[in-house]
Design a protein. Structure first.
Lengths: 112, 113
């Protein structure tokens, strides 16, 4: 069974600064990897996903993530954040192709 | 295309009651999955339906059930509500059930008092 660990529960960051959200997973098989964002009182929106191929994945809103198989990590980065990036971010994995297993989430607060 | 819709958006129920939540998938999608989101347990998979059949089920008690209709709309039911059932219930649709093609709705916020 897989598990997902998001290493930071809260990340405060200033506007226009870079941000990195860390995600590690444990699984004995190949997995699909995802990052979702959740704004207050809304559902989950997919930022990006890794299925196979290039380990650097680019997503929406300027986000990117890098898959590192040896370190079983899938960290999310954005070079310059905006106030509108304030939200909760979830890392997720899927090893059985039908369900997602989520991390506990990281709350990003962007300050002016 | 319209996105996934969930009704109602907010619901307040009393312990011991039952509740039914509804999810309408994106047009053409045949799979609907349900997730529960709570502050303590996070996001957890409940079950997945495809073509009116439950294909996969998470680790939840039998009080949680669901069904899917021929138009792919899905309902989930929780009987004998407990305080711990207070949560955001999210539904996700996909064309054929693959995890990498799931699109989430806005959720139903259930409060049990």
């Amino acid at each position: 069974a897989q598990s997902v660990t998001q290493l930071d529960s809260q990340v405060p960051v200033f506007e226009e600064a870079p941000v990195e959200l860390r995600c590690n997973y444990s699984s004995s098989v190949s997995v699909y990897l995802f990052w979702y964002v959740q704004y207050p009182n809304q559902g989950l929106q997919l930022l990006l996903k890794y299925l196979s191929g290039s380990t650097l994945v680019k997503g929406i809103n300027g986000f990117e993530a890098e898959f590192n198989k040896s370190q079983t990590s899938f960290h999310l980065r954005k070079p310059s954040v905006h106030i509108s990036d304030t939200a909760e971010y979830f890392c997720a994995v899927s090893e059985d192709d039908y369900k997602l297993s989520f991390g506990a989430g990281t709350t990003v607060t962007v300050r002016a | 295309k319209a996105g996934v819709t969930q009704t109602p958006r907010y619901l307040i129920k009393t312990r011991g009651q039952q509740v039914t939540l509804s999810c309408s998938p994106i047009s053409g999608h045949r799979s609907v999955s349900w997730y529960q989101q709570t502050p303590g347990q996070g996001l957890q998979f409940l079950f997945e339906y495809f073509s009116e059949t439950q294909r996969n089920k998470g680790n939840f008690p039998g009080r949680f059930s669901g069904r899917q209709f021929s138009n792919s709309r899905s309902e989930m039911n929780v009987s004998t509500l407990e305080l711990g059932d207070s949560a955001l219930y999210l539904c996700a649709s996909s064309p054929s059930g693959q995890s990498y093609e799931q699109y989430f709705g806005p959720g139903t916020r259930l409060t049990v008092t």
